[in-house]
Design a protein around this ligand. Structure first.
Ligand code: PHE
Length: 372
Protein backbone atom coordinates (compact mmCIF):
# COMPACT_ATOMS: atom_id res chain seq x y z
CA UNK A 1 0.00 0.00 0.00
CA UNK A 2 1.99 3.00 -1.23
CA UNK A 3 0.56 6.48 -1.08
CA UNK A 4 -2.95 5.16 -0.90
CA UNK A 5 -2.49 2.77 -3.84
CA UNK A 6 -2.03 -0.99 -3.57
CA UNK A 7 1.22 -2.10 -5.15
CA UNK A 8 2.07 -5.74 -5.62
CA UNK A 9 5.55 -7.14 -5.99
CA UNK A 10 4.81 -8.08 -9.60
CA UNK A 11 4.10 -4.43 -10.35
CA UNK A 12 7.59 -3.40 -9.33
CA UNK A 13 10.01 -6.35 -9.55
CA UNK A 14 10.12 -8.24 -12.82
CA UNK A 15 12.47 -10.64 -14.46
CA UNK A 16 12.91 -8.35 -17.42
CA UNK A 17 16.07 -6.57 -18.57
CA UNK A 18 14.28 -3.21 -18.45
CA UNK A 19 13.65 -3.72 -14.73
CA UNK A 20 16.45 -3.34 -12.20
CA UNK A 21 14.50 -3.21 -8.93
CA UNK A 22 15.73 -5.96 -6.58
CA UNK A 23 13.58 -7.50 -3.87
CA UNK A 24 15.40 -5.72 -1.04
CA UNK A 25 14.44 -2.38 -2.59
CA UNK A 26 10.88 -3.42 -3.25
CA UNK A 27 10.56 -4.26 0.44
CA UNK A 28 11.20 -0.61 1.33
CA UNK A 29 8.25 0.74 -0.67
CA UNK A 30 5.48 1.88 1.61
CA UNK A 31 7.55 1.78 4.82
CA UNK A 32 7.47 5.61 4.97
CA UNK A 33 9.83 6.18 7.90
CA UNK A 34 9.20 9.93 7.51
CA UNK A 35 5.60 9.47 8.64
CA UNK A 36 6.50 8.02 12.04
CA UNK A 37 6.35 10.75 14.66
CA UNK A 38 8.71 8.84 16.97
CA UNK A 39 11.34 8.15 14.31
CA UNK A 40 14.24 10.60 13.88
CA UNK A 41 13.14 11.29 10.29
CA UNK A 42 9.56 11.99 11.35
CA UNK A 43 10.73 14.17 14.23
CA UNK A 44 12.91 16.15 11.83
CA UNK A 45 10.11 16.48 9.27
CA UNK A 46 7.80 17.86 11.96
CA UNK A 47 10.45 20.33 13.14
CA UNK A 48 10.80 21.66 9.60
CA UNK A 49 7.01 21.90 9.29
CA UNK A 50 6.99 23.90 12.49
CA UNK A 51 9.53 26.36 11.07
CA UNK A 52 7.42 26.92 7.95
CA UNK A 53 4.13 27.11 9.85
CA UNK A 54 5.50 29.74 12.22
CA UNK A 55 7.29 31.88 9.68
CA UNK A 56 4.78 31.67 6.84
CA UNK A 57 1.52 31.51 8.81
CA UNK A 58 0.61 27.99 7.69
CA UNK A 59 0.79 28.91 4.01
CA UNK A 60 2.86 25.90 2.96
CA UNK A 61 0.81 22.86 2.04
CA UNK A 62 2.30 19.53 3.04
CA UNK A 63 2.42 16.31 1.08
CA UNK A 64 4.09 13.24 2.55
CA UNK A 65 2.15 10.41 0.97
CA UNK A 66 2.72 10.77 -2.78
CA UNK A 67 3.48 7.51 -4.56
CA UNK A 68 7.25 6.94 -5.10
CA UNK A 69 6.58 5.11 -8.37
CA UNK A 70 6.54 7.85 -10.99
CA UNK A 71 6.90 8.22 -14.72
CA UNK A 72 10.18 9.03 -16.46
CA UNK A 73 8.39 12.17 -17.58
CA UNK A 74 7.70 13.30 -14.02
CA UNK A 75 11.10 12.35 -12.64
CA UNK A 76 13.20 13.74 -15.49
CA UNK A 77 11.45 15.43 -18.45
CA UNK A 78 9.18 17.73 -16.44
CA UNK A 79 12.15 19.10 -14.51
CA UNK A 80 14.24 19.54 -17.67
CA UNK A 81 16.82 16.83 -17.01
CA UNK A 82 18.69 16.47 -20.33
CA UNK A 83 18.28 13.26 -22.36
CA UNK A 84 21.93 12.30 -21.80
CA UNK A 85 22.18 13.17 -18.08
CA UNK A 86 23.81 10.38 -16.02
CA UNK A 87 20.97 10.32 -13.52
CA UNK A 88 18.76 8.78 -16.23
CA UNK A 89 21.03 5.73 -16.60
CA UNK A 90 20.16 2.25 -15.40
CA UNK A 91 23.34 2.48 -13.36
CA UNK A 92 21.98 5.35 -11.26
CA UNK A 93 18.20 4.91 -11.20
CA UNK A 94 15.78 2.06 -10.49
CA UNK A 95 13.56 1.41 -13.50
CA UNK A 96 10.30 -0.51 -13.18
CA UNK A 97 9.96 -0.43 -16.96
CA UNK A 98 11.28 1.95 -19.64
CA UNK A 99 8.64 4.60 -18.78
CA UNK A 100 8.49 4.15 -15.00
CA UNK A 101 11.03 4.69 -12.21
CA UNK A 102 11.28 4.81 -8.45
CA UNK A 103 11.63 8.58 -7.97
CA UNK A 104 15.23 9.61 -7.44
CA UNK A 105 14.21 12.97 -5.99
CA UNK A 106 11.12 14.67 -4.65
CA UNK A 107 11.47 17.20 -7.50
CA UNK A 108 9.49 14.61 -9.48
CA UNK A 109 6.33 16.18 -8.01
CA UNK A 110 7.02 19.85 -8.77
CA UNK A 111 5.29 20.06 -12.12
CA UNK A 112 2.19 18.11 -11.16
CA UNK A 113 1.62 20.19 -8.01
CA UNK A 114 2.19 23.46 -9.86
CA UNK A 115 -0.30 22.42 -12.52
CA UNK A 116 -2.88 21.70 -9.84
CA UNK A 117 -2.52 25.29 -8.66
CA UNK A 118 -0.33 24.93 -5.56
CA UNK A 119 2.03 27.82 -4.95
CA UNK A 120 3.58 27.05 -1.53
CA UNK A 121 4.34 23.41 -0.79
CA UNK A 122 6.55 20.91 1.01
CA UNK A 123 6.82 17.36 -0.34
CA UNK A 124 8.44 14.70 1.84
CA UNK A 125 9.11 11.20 0.62
CA UNK A 126 11.36 8.19 0.19
CA UNK A 127 13.67 8.44 -2.83
CA UNK A 128 15.72 5.72 -4.51
CA UNK A 129 19.20 5.76 -6.02
CA UNK A 130 21.68 3.11 -7.03
CA UNK A 131 24.91 4.05 -5.32
CA UNK A 132 28.05 2.96 -3.51
CA UNK A 133 27.99 1.63 0.07
CA UNK A 134 29.30 3.47 3.10
CA UNK A 135 28.04 4.94 6.38
CA UNK A 136 26.22 7.86 4.71
CA UNK A 137 24.86 6.19 1.56
CA UNK A 138 21.88 3.88 1.35
CA UNK A 139 19.85 3.13 -1.80
CA UNK A 140 16.69 4.47 -0.17
CA UNK A 141 16.70 7.77 1.65
CA UNK A 142 14.30 10.64 2.31
CA UNK A 143 14.03 14.13 0.94
CA UNK A 144 11.91 17.16 1.53
CA UNK A 145 11.18 19.44 -1.38
CA UNK A 146 10.12 23.02 -0.80
CA UNK A 147 8.57 25.20 -3.48
CA UNK A 148 7.35 28.79 -3.39
CA UNK A 149 5.82 30.82 -6.22
CA UNK A 150 5.94 34.63 -6.23
CA UNK A 151 3.70 37.09 -8.06
CA UNK A 152 4.87 40.33 -9.72
CA UNK A 153 3.64 42.43 -6.79
CA UNK A 154 6.05 40.58 -4.51
CA UNK A 155 9.23 41.59 -6.30
CA UNK A 156 8.04 44.88 -7.80
CA UNK A 157 7.68 46.40 -4.35
CA UNK A 158 11.29 45.43 -3.57
CA UNK A 159 12.88 47.21 -6.51
CA UNK A 160 14.95 44.07 -7.20
CA UNK A 161 14.71 42.07 -10.37
CA UNK A 162 12.60 38.94 -10.02
CA UNK A 163 15.43 36.39 -10.01
CA UNK A 164 17.54 38.23 -7.46
CA UNK A 165 14.46 38.74 -5.32
CA UNK A 166 13.67 35.01 -5.32
CA UNK A 167 17.29 34.00 -4.68
CA UNK A 168 17.56 36.42 -1.75
CA UNK A 169 14.31 35.21 -0.23
CA UNK A 170 15.36 31.57 -0.69
CA UNK A 171 18.69 32.01 1.08
CA UNK A 172 17.08 33.89 3.93
CA UNK A 173 14.46 31.17 4.32
CA UNK A 174 17.00 28.35 4.39
CA UNK A 175 19.46 30.11 6.67
CA UNK A 176 16.55 30.61 9.06
CA UNK A 177 15.69 26.94 8.78
CA UNK A 178 19.29 25.89 9.49
CA UNK A 179 19.37 28.07 12.61
CA UNK A 180 15.99 26.72 13.71
CA UNK A 181 17.36 23.17 13.46
CA UNK A 182 20.98 23.60 14.53
CA UNK A 183 21.13 26.80 16.54
CA UNK A 184 24.42 28.54 15.91
CA UNK A 185 26.18 26.62 13.17
CA UNK A 186 28.72 27.65 10.54
CA UNK A 187 27.31 27.50 7.05
CA UNK A 188 28.32 28.42 3.52
CA UNK A 189 26.72 28.69 0.09
CA UNK A 190 28.32 26.97 -2.87
CA UNK A 191 27.30 27.66 -6.47
CA UNK A 192 26.30 24.55 -8.36
CA UNK A 193 24.23 23.24 -11.25
CA UNK A 194 20.79 21.65 -11.36
CA UNK A 195 18.81 21.31 -14.59
CA UNK A 196 15.67 22.75 -12.96
CA UNK A 197 17.06 25.84 -11.23
CA UNK A 198 19.17 28.80 -12.25
CA UNK A 199 21.02 30.12 -10.35
CA UNK A 200 21.56 26.99 -8.22
CA UNK A 201 23.17 26.66 -4.81
CA UNK A 202 24.13 24.11 -2.21
CA UNK A 203 24.11 24.80 1.48
CA UNK A 204 26.89 23.22 3.50
CA UNK A 205 27.22 23.14 7.24
CA UNK A 206 30.40 22.64 9.22
CA UNK A 207 30.21 19.47 11.22
CA UNK A 208 32.94 17.44 12.90
CA UNK A 209 35.68 19.20 10.94
CA UNK A 210 33.97 18.67 7.59
CA UNK A 211 31.75 20.71 5.32
CA UNK A 212 28.63 18.60 4.83
CA UNK A 213 26.29 19.21 1.92
CA UNK A 214 22.75 19.25 3.27
CA UNK A 215 20.58 20.66 0.52
CA UNK A 216 20.34 21.81 -3.07
CA UNK A 217 18.21 24.73 -4.17
CA UNK A 218 17.78 27.58 -6.60
CA UNK A 219 15.50 29.81 -8.60
CA UNK A 220 13.18 27.65 -10.70
CA UNK A 221 13.80 27.61 -14.44
CA UNK A 222 11.22 29.84 -16.12
CA UNK A 223 10.43 27.05 -18.58
CA UNK A 224 8.97 24.91 -15.76
CA UNK A 225 6.65 27.72 -14.66
CA UNK A 226 5.66 28.46 -18.25
CA UNK A 227 4.77 24.85 -18.96
CA UNK A 228 2.68 24.56 -15.83
CA UNK A 229 0.42 27.56 -15.98
CA UNK A 230 2.56 30.20 -14.24
CA UNK A 231 4.26 32.15 -17.08
CA UNK A 232 4.27 35.48 -15.23
CA UNK A 233 5.66 34.27 -11.92
CA UNK A 234 9.01 33.35 -10.44
CA UNK A 235 9.66 30.63 -7.91
CA UNK A 236 12.29 29.02 -5.76
CA UNK A 237 12.78 25.37 -4.88
CA UNK A 238 14.94 23.37 -2.52
CA UNK A 239 15.50 19.68 -1.85
CA UNK A 240 17.04 18.56 1.40
CA UNK A 241 18.27 15.15 2.52
CA UNK A 242 16.60 14.21 5.79
CA UNK A 243 19.10 11.47 6.75
CA UNK A 244 22.06 13.81 6.33
CA UNK A 245 20.51 16.36 8.65
CA UNK A 246 19.25 13.77 11.12
CA UNK A 247 22.66 12.07 11.37
CA UNK A 248 24.12 15.40 12.47
CA UNK A 249 21.25 16.44 14.72
CA UNK A 250 20.88 13.14 16.55
CA UNK A 251 24.50 11.96 16.29
CA UNK A 252 23.50 8.85 14.35
CA UNK A 253 26.76 7.28 13.10
CA UNK A 254 25.47 4.98 10.37
CA UNK A 255 22.64 5.45 7.88
CA UNK A 256 21.51 1.82 8.22
CA UNK A 257 20.34 2.57 11.75
CA UNK A 258 17.33 4.49 10.40
CA UNK A 259 15.95 1.13 9.26
CA UNK A 260 16.61 -0.65 12.54
CA UNK A 261 13.76 -2.11 14.55
CA UNK A 262 16.10 -2.80 17.47
CA UNK A 263 14.52 -1.35 20.55
CA UNK A 264 17.88 -0.08 21.73
CA UNK A 265 17.65 2.29 18.75
CA UNK A 266 13.94 3.05 18.49
CA UNK A 267 13.39 3.64 22.20
CA UNK A 268 15.85 6.55 22.24
CA UNK A 269 13.61 8.88 20.24
CA UNK A 270 10.30 10.44 21.00
CA UNK A 271 7.80 12.71 19.33
CA UNK A 272 8.80 16.37 19.25
CA UNK A 273 12.28 15.75 20.68
CA UNK A 274 14.66 17.11 18.08
CA UNK A 275 18.36 16.57 18.57
CA UNK A 276 18.41 14.18 21.52
CA UNK A 277 21.84 12.60 21.07
CA UNK A 278 21.86 8.92 20.21
CA UNK A 279 23.84 6.74 22.62
CA UNK A 280 25.39 3.92 20.61
CA UNK A 281 24.89 0.49 22.08
CA UNK A 282 28.29 -1.16 22.08
CA UNK A 283 29.75 -1.24 18.62
CA UNK A 284 30.33 -4.77 17.41
CA UNK A 285 33.58 -5.64 15.63
CA UNK A 286 33.71 -5.31 11.85
CA UNK A 287 35.02 -8.06 9.66
CA UNK A 288 36.87 -7.20 6.44
CA UNK A 289 36.98 -9.35 3.34
CA UNK A 290 38.95 -8.44 0.23
CA UNK A 291 38.23 -9.65 -3.26
CA UNK A 292 40.09 -8.99 -6.50
CA UNK A 293 38.92 -9.50 -10.03
CA UNK A 294 39.60 -8.49 -13.62
CA UNK A 295 36.83 -6.16 -14.69
CA UNK A 296 35.15 -5.94 -18.07
CA UNK A 297 33.96 -2.77 -19.75
CA UNK A 298 30.45 -3.05 -18.37
CA UNK A 299 31.60 -3.24 -14.75
CA UNK A 300 30.30 -0.55 -12.38
CA UNK A 301 30.73 -0.13 -8.65
CA UNK A 302 26.97 0.42 -8.25
CA UNK A 303 26.30 -3.01 -9.74
CA UNK A 304 28.82 -4.59 -7.37
CA UNK A 305 27.22 -2.85 -4.40
CA UNK A 306 23.81 -4.09 -5.40
CA UNK A 307 25.01 -7.69 -5.52
CA UNK A 308 26.62 -7.32 -2.09
CA UNK A 309 23.54 -5.64 -0.63
CA UNK A 310 21.30 -8.31 -2.14
CA UNK A 311 23.19 -11.01 -0.24
CA UNK A 312 24.33 -9.31 2.95
CA UNK A 313 21.51 -6.78 3.35
CA UNK A 314 22.18 -4.38 6.20
CA UNK A 315 25.14 -6.47 7.39
CA UNK A 316 27.34 -4.67 4.88
CA UNK A 317 28.76 -1.42 6.16
CA UNK A 318 31.14 -0.37 3.41
CA UNK A 319 32.45 -1.43 0.02
CA UNK A 320 35.69 0.29 -0.81
CA UNK A 321 38.02 0.16 -3.80
CA UNK A 322 41.48 -0.37 -2.30
CA UNK A 323 43.55 -1.28 -5.36
CA UNK A 324 43.24 -0.59 -9.06
CA UNK A 325 45.80 -1.33 -11.76
CA UNK A 326 46.03 -2.11 -15.46
CA UNK A 327 48.58 -4.65 -16.68
CA UNK A 328 50.65 -4.62 -19.89
CA UNK A 329 47.91 -6.48 -21.76
CA UNK A 330 45.45 -3.73 -20.87
CA UNK A 331 43.49 -5.80 -18.35
CA UNK A 332 42.26 -3.86 -15.32
CA UNK A 333 42.09 -5.39 -11.88
CA UNK A 334 40.11 -4.02 -8.96
CA UNK A 335 40.43 -5.04 -5.36
CA UNK A 336 37.47 -4.21 -3.12
CA UNK A 337 37.38 -4.40 0.64
CA UNK A 338 33.98 -5.29 2.05
CA UNK A 339 33.31 -4.39 5.68
CA UNK A 340 30.67 -6.55 7.33
CA UNK A 341 29.26 -5.44 10.63
CA UNK A 342 25.92 -5.81 12.33
CA UNK A 343 24.57 -2.89 14.29
CA UNK A 344 22.84 -5.30 16.64
CA UNK A 345 25.05 -8.30 17.39
CA UNK A 346 28.40 -10.02 16.82
CA UNK A 347 28.67 -11.93 13.59
CA UNK A 348 30.24 -15.39 13.55
CA UNK A 349 33.14 -16.28 11.24
CA UNK A 350 31.03 -18.97 9.72
CA UNK A 351 28.23 -16.59 8.85
CA UNK A 352 30.59 -14.09 7.24
CA UNK A 353 32.49 -16.71 5.28
CA UNK A 354 29.18 -17.95 4.00
CA UNK A 355 28.13 -14.44 2.89
CA UNK A 356 31.48 -13.78 1.27
CA UNK A 357 31.32 -17.08 -0.57
CA UNK A 358 27.91 -16.20 -2.00
CA UNK A 359 29.13 -12.72 -2.92
CA UNK A 360 32.07 -14.19 -4.84
CA UNK A 361 29.78 -16.60 -6.66
CA UNK A 362 27.28 -13.96 -7.69
CA UNK A 363 29.87 -11.35 -8.58
CA UNK A 364 31.36 -13.88 -10.97
CA UNK A 365 27.96 -14.92 -12.39
CA UNK A 366 26.27 -11.57 -12.72
CA UNK A 367 28.98 -8.98 -13.29
CA UNK A 368 31.00 -10.52 -16.07
CA UNK A 369 34.31 -10.28 -14.19
CA UNK A 370 37.06 -12.84 -13.56
CA UNK A 371 37.95 -13.48 -9.94
CA UNK A 372 41.64 -13.61 -9.16
N1 PHE B 1 16.43 17.45 -6.64
C1 PHE B 1 17.75 17.89 -6.21
C2 PHE B 1 18.52 16.65 -5.72
O1 PHE B 1 17.94 15.66 -5.43
C3 PHE B 1 17.67 18.89 -5.10
C4 PHE B 1 17.03 20.18 -5.53
C5 PHE B 1 15.68 20.39 -5.38
C6 PHE B 1 17.81 21.17 -6.11
C7 PHE B 1 15.09 21.58 -5.77
C8 PHE B 1 17.25 22.36 -6.50
C9 PHE B 1 15.89 22.55 -6.33
O2 PHE B 1 19.73 16.66 -5.61
Amino acid sequence: DVGGVKISREDVVRDDPTNNVPDNIFSKLGVQLHRRDEHPLGILKNAIYEYFDTNYSNKFEKFDDLCPIVSVKENFDDVLVPEDHVSRSYNDTYYVDPQTVLRCHTSAHQAELLRSGHTHFLVTGDVYRRDSIDSTHYPVFHQMEGFRVFSPEDWEASGMDATLFAATDLKKCLEGLASHLFGAVEMRWVDTYFPFTNPSFELEIYFKENWLEVLGCGVTEQEILKRNGKPNNVAWAFGLGLERLAMVLFDIPDIRLFWSNDERFTSQFSKGQLGVKFKPFSKFPPCYKDMSFWISESFTENNLCEVVRGIAGDLVEEVQLIDNFTNKKGMTSHCYRIAYRSMERSLTDEEINDLQWKVREQVQDKLNVVLR
